[in-house]
Design a protein around this ligand. Sequence first.
Ligand code: PLP
Length: 449
Amino acid sequence: NTGNLKQLDKSHHLHPFTDFKDYATNGGRVFSRAEHIYIYTGDGHKMLDGMSGLWCCNLGYSQQGIVDAVTEQMQQLPYYNNFFQCSNQPAIELASALVEVTPDSFNHVFFTNSGSEANDTNLRLVSRYYQLQGRPEKKLIISRKNAYHGSTIAAACLGGMGPMHEQTNGIDYVHHIEQPHWFEVGPDEDPDEFGLRVARLLEQKIDELGEANVAAFIAEPVQGAGGVIIPPDTYWPEIQRICNERDILLIADEVICGFGRTGEYWGSETYGIEPDLMTFAKAVTNGYQPLGGVMVGDKVADVLLSHEGEFAHGLTYSGHPAAAAAGLATLRILREGNIIADTAANIAPHFQARLRELEDHGIVGQVRGRGMFAAVELVRDKASREPLAAESAGALFCRNSANDLGLMVRQTGNAMIIAPPLICDKGEIDSLVDMLGQALDVTAKHYGV
Ligand code: PLP
């Protein structure tokens, strides 16, 4: 029964990104089933999942085609590895299916189990790329503050989130520049000028570190966990110019943006970015199986493939047949249903427009978003952009209120984050926005605004 499960959970289970002491005292929710875009706790609480799990169940929870594909694969070949000269059919087919939905300059994939490992893999690929060319001194990586790139040691260091750095014995070759978060700087600076100014921090950092030492810049097309930071239009073209002119590789972390979140298969397409490497995970299997990887562009692949000697990197489950089968089924459903383009044309504009209505609310300072994700920034004062409460407490309160009302959303800093499944219809988007509006009302009342 649920009470017993909750007790066992508190007694033995250490949860990710959780205050252990608080959890041991208060516990949480135990989910027992899901359907379409709804998740259900064992004790009967129904919630609309406004976060697609952890930004991964883009097609919701009732994709029988993926379940069947995994089941059949488990019966046929539940496991074999891809090390040395071995391979398996789903991994081969998924690699070519991914290449088909990726810009022409990408023709190779390296599989991992997660986005974190995929970003570690990026670092391994980047150093191999330069070592093979006799330029081993190019090893510094530039990333952005407040970025999230995963939780392995290297991925945590690539990221720029305070607590993750404080709790990690860092690696010394990662350097950070500012993120293009216009709302944070205040209304006086023109967004386009701001975009250029912040992009040029990359050039300054390259000069400071020495171009001969810098290997790559990594960033998400839209910083997701950092707060759905929508870059000004000027930002990415300037970053691209700098990467092209300054002999460094560009890595796009597509773990959240990939597979339709921004309106195309890749956030890089939406923002006109031409990266050399792309990280993916999460929605590649609709979250049903653990799978991630790196799309390796021809510039890097040509160097790797034209040299002898083993690339000494791999995971027991790289290209796991059941995970690959889930990926293949997910891609098939996306393509056959034309889901990414249909959602971008019909649902995303409705989602963004309905959320923009919340800008009239007394505690909302900004609604920003693109495609099927958005952030709602909570303020005490709209003009000064003063946060609603110190230490993110206002957004945490609002998130808890939304959860109690039956809406799963997330909080980052002073913002509410929303990223519902792509398969929502307009009525479901309306319910989501209505519940969020009610949570804002409760929050405003609580803080007396
Ligand atoms: N990169 C980004 C942009 C992410 O948002 C995440 C996870 O949220 C990761 C990497 C890490 O992926 P995983 O949790 O699969 O290791």
